[in-house]
Ligand binder design. Sequence first.
Ligand code: T68
Length: 812
Amino acid sequence: MKKWKDKEEFKKIFIRKSHVAWEKDVRDLIPNEVYQTVAFMIRDLISEDWIKTNKMYVEKKVKQVYYFSIEFLLGRLLQSNLISVDMETVCREGLHDLGWDLDAIIPEERDPGLGNGGLGRLAACFADSLAALRLPGHGCSIRYQYGLFNQRIVDGQQVELPDNWLVDGYPWEVKKVDKAVNVCFSGNAYMRPDGEGNLECVYENYHSVRAVPYDVPMVGYHNDTVNTLRLWRAEYTREDVYRVLAKGNRHEAFRYKDNVQLISRFLYPEDSTEEGRRLRLMQEYFMVSAGVQSIVRHFKQKISPNIKVFGHYVAIHINDTHPALVIPELMRIFMDEEGLPWETAWDITTEVVAYTNHTILPEAMERWSIPLFKELLPRIYLVIEELNKRWLQQVRNKNPGDEAKAREVAILWDNQVHMAHLAVLGSHSINGVAEIHSQILKESTLHAFYSCFPERFNNKTNGVSHRRWLIQSNPQLAQLIDSAIGNTWRKHPEHMIHLSAYAADTAFLEQLDQVKRIRKNILASYIKAEYDQQIDTDSVFDIQIKRFHLYKRQLLNILHILNLYYALKENPNMDIVPRTYLFGGKAAAGYGEAKMTIKLINVVSKMINGDHCLEGKLKVLFLENYNVSLAQLLFPAADVSEQISTAGKEASGTGNMKFMMNGAITLGTMDGANVEIHHEVGDDNCVIFGLRADEVMKYYVHGGYSSWDLYRTNEHIRMLLTHLVDGSLGNGNYAFQMLYDSLLDRNDEYFVLKDFDSYCEAQKNIGCRYQNHYKWLQSSAVNIAHSGFFSSDRTIRQYARDIWHIKPVEST
Ligand code: T68
């Protein structure tokens, strides 16, 4: 790996580079120019390794995995890349000599908003682990011009502003014009005899869109592996524009250009309209077709002309169902372009593809209307139709007269394309993302498929990159761990378990306390600077940061806070451990209840923070625009990790792991990976409350819970709900009718009220535990020690071994 020898060399290169790039004296650079200069210098360091990595994969003919994901939530890359090439100190010192502070330069990079939440961030951690483990694996996604919206809070309400993250350019990407491919939409497709007794497909009158890749390096930690994240952008071709222009209609030509570019313009365009849904389906096929075409082309050019051995060299992973069209796209290419018969094409396809499911919420399962699908992707539809026909024939032969069975597993049903069913049928491996989630998939959501293909189902509990979420986000804690157990954990996170021996070491615990204090102070300074609010670093920092959704139950959290507030008003001498409650997260623009919950939090926050009687006891803040960079400030500062989803609803959660790694205590339900965190650390070191998943399920199936009954019998609940709608919150300006309705008229689908008392107890329990500060620190240490299991390195090793069958590639 190339490096800067020392800070002197760094400065020399920096000055030369910035002269060429900006035609300015170094003293006149603006911070953004400094950021870009350093980024280009890092690109220089890694470029040889990047070329070499690809060459090595080809020369050694190793099997490679391509991880298709509609989102990659990378976060900033400057610091993580500096850490990977082990040049952070040299860079910091060099910049310092030149009058710049690296910490002031880092925020110049805009967070690439190429994701919504957990699923996209998981993909980024996986790319990080693949490179760190020297595994031959690459990402495939879309280069959205606009990321998810920027969130502002105005008058307590979420306002969505465009996230034009590319305005200043993106120094990490490389446009590869020569690697462009064409993706075809619409037109007519039909089968006709090929003259040799078989059928062949004719596909004509389609529109083609040019897909141009932008490659981003995924730099391995302290090794010389540089993998690739390939992001596709939709472009029009000059020839196509001329063709339209030749018809004499300039407006038509502009419309054509616009429509093509629209494909990669926004992450998740509004899907409440037919037009929005159409665009989303176009994005999915665009990414899939471009990605698959480029993989097949590379295989044929560089690996083998024999397409039948494709599966020995290529694994394709689909991150949820958004890329599931990989399956019919591979079939199309194998049959229409490579001339393989259906059966052979199908065998190779299922050999190659594997699928991860991330949700069991029925409303989150992807389905497309058949008329829309047929119109946009006529050739792909024919493949799916044939697949569905063959599959249902098999199912009906096995289960004669059982139409319910056919319905349960059909890809085409009720005028819809069921993407999860397509994904399961076309994959040799189907996995959930935590033990409990994988169990629910087998027993309930995908039970019918599990009966057909039990051997395909498996679990891969999620993990997070301890490099980003500990080494980079919390260097103080990382150093403390080094001083206790040495630094081998940085490459082998499972070694963190050796910290267990320090959970009873007073000197270590005191230092751990110091580290937490430092991190709480850093967060407090940020909050002071951004919100002009003073938060008490002696209080418990209790944090819930994640997307807003009814099932994640931010509402439960804020109702408890409101209850505490009323209790304190009634009894000002009540003895409580001072608390700072922090929230962050975005609500989908069209999700009324989620946006209303944000508003409720802000109204309650204003009321509580403005009440001087509560000073030193209770503070509530909603932090705007939660993203990866803000997350890096929040996880290290947390005492309590709020993981309070309705049991059975959160597939895994990954924030829970980042909190744990930074020494926070989980306050959670037995849901997702919380179950495994609880298993690792035991009852003494986390606080579990609420209904269990099987109890929730029983209520759904057999009934027996009435939120109105609770309302009538529980005076606290009655009082809280009354205040939601009687105008007493926010000076009578706000009525939270929508939330009231979801809790009562819609019978509290997510058991917020049912779990309320149990949650209040759990909060009291947290207070008691915190008061015994020595024990609290012990718990914190135990959590850190056991967080090694939740490193994405462990997860990726399991995928590599059990699903992809790929091995690390050592440089020669
Ligand atoms: C999350 N899913 C799960 N989905 O909710 C979370 N969905 O429990 C899990 O830890 C995480 O995946 C990683 O496995 C998502 O984040 C989405 O973002 C999403 C986006 C579009 C459509 C459906």
